[in-house]
Design a protein around this ligand. Structure first.
Ligand code: PBG
Length: 318
């Protein structure tokens, strides 16, 4: 391979959001590239980009969420900077990524996946099953809210946003008895100490691509393509192919209560999928296996069948 490797004078520019988790993910990507190509830190430049999703005033206004449908809230500005070539690659939580990339951009590099489970975070309670009748839980995730209502209609759910510290303060102030966060994010931030217990996927199926980091690049950028190929994790890519095909088939976004998890066992891929009414009153699930190479087709088939079972109006809310 005759890649012109980046140098301190002409670094590979890594675009990222400025949140602590996004920065941790960008640094992990840089560390993996440094190790794979034996390059110094100065061969990379981490470029922080502000996105619509980072704008609290917009995110808190329902109108913004409705207008954008939740799609690309965290990615639009970063992708524009990649197209205009002011950055070369962008590091994303795949959970927040739309299923289709803008013209000229692509995703073909995924890092090894972290813990896919949700974390139960609480000061006084040990886990979901230990929550007393009528307890107050904080979550702004449509998926987690719907999954909680489905299992525990007695719980009261309140909006909960902010970084880990903010949420812990709210718990300390008694705003809620418990909240939920992805194990992956907490591990990557080194904040696992706030976790009371990991929720098994049988109790709460994770969001599509939870725990996975993807690295986007320009289709035409062969240097980035070569560099990223060296750190690509094949298994993560195979699992996400099935999960994201499922999401795409449901026309879903992070604003829809959809959950899915693909796992590999030898040459076989198992895909579990779930769609819920936002109030948890109805849950449709499916669980199938196929050869790994048929994962995307499996996801599309499962989405089509669940759609048919759901009928019209299943996802309506407000
Ligand atoms: N939607 C926000 C978001 N996007 C990715 C993560 C965590 C890391 C991951 O799941 O990969 C989170 C926060 C959370 O759900 O706790």
């Amino acid at each position: 391979m005759t890649t012109d490797l980046p140098t301190p004078a002409a670094p590979l520019r890594i675009g990222t959001r400025g949140s602590p988790l996004a920065l941790a993910q960008a640094r992990e990507t840089r560390a993996r590239l440094m190790a794979a190509w034996d390059l110094p830190e100065e061969a990379f430049e981490i470029v922080v980009i502000k996105t619509t999703g980072d704008d609290r005033s917009l995110i808190d206004a329902d109108v913004a969420l409705k207008e954008l449908g939740g799609k690309g809230l965290f990615t639009k500005e970063i992708e524009e900077d990649m197209i205009s070539a002011s950055i070369d690659i962008a590091v994303h939580s795949m959970k927040d990524m739309p299923t289709v990339q803008p013209e000229g951009l692509m995703l073909d590099c995924y890092l090894p996946r972290e813990d896919v489970r949700d974390a139960f975070v609480s000061i006084n309670h040990d886990g979901l099953h230990a929550l007393p009748e009528g307890a107050v839980v904080g979550s702004s995730s449509l998926r987690r809210r719907a999954q909680l209502f489905a299992r525990r209609p007695d719980l009261n759910v309140v909006e909960f946003r902010g970084n880990v510290q903010t949420r812990m303060k709210k718990l300390g102030d008694g705003v809620a008895d418990a909240t939920f966060l992805a194990m992956a994010g907490l591990r990557r931030l080194g904040m696992e100490d706030v976790v009371k217990s990991a929720i098994e996927v049988e109790d709460m199926l994770p969001a599509v691509a939870q725990g996975a980091i993807g690295i986007e690049r320009r289709v035409s950028d062969t240097r980035a393509a070569d560099m990223l190929a060296a750190i690509h994790n094949v298994e993560t890519g195979q699992r996400l192919a099935a999960e994201r095909s499922f999401l795409k088939g449901l026309d879903g976004s992070c604003q829809t209560p959809i959950a899915a998890l693909a796992e590999l066992d030898g040459g076989t891929l198992r895909l579990r999928g779930e769609i819920l009414r936002p109030d948890g009153s109805e849950v449709l699930t499916d669980d199938r296996t196929a050869p790994i190479e048929d994962g995307a087709a499996l996801g599309a088939d499962m989405a089509r069948d669940l759609r048919a079972r759901a009928g019209v109006g299943f996802f309506d809310w407000h």
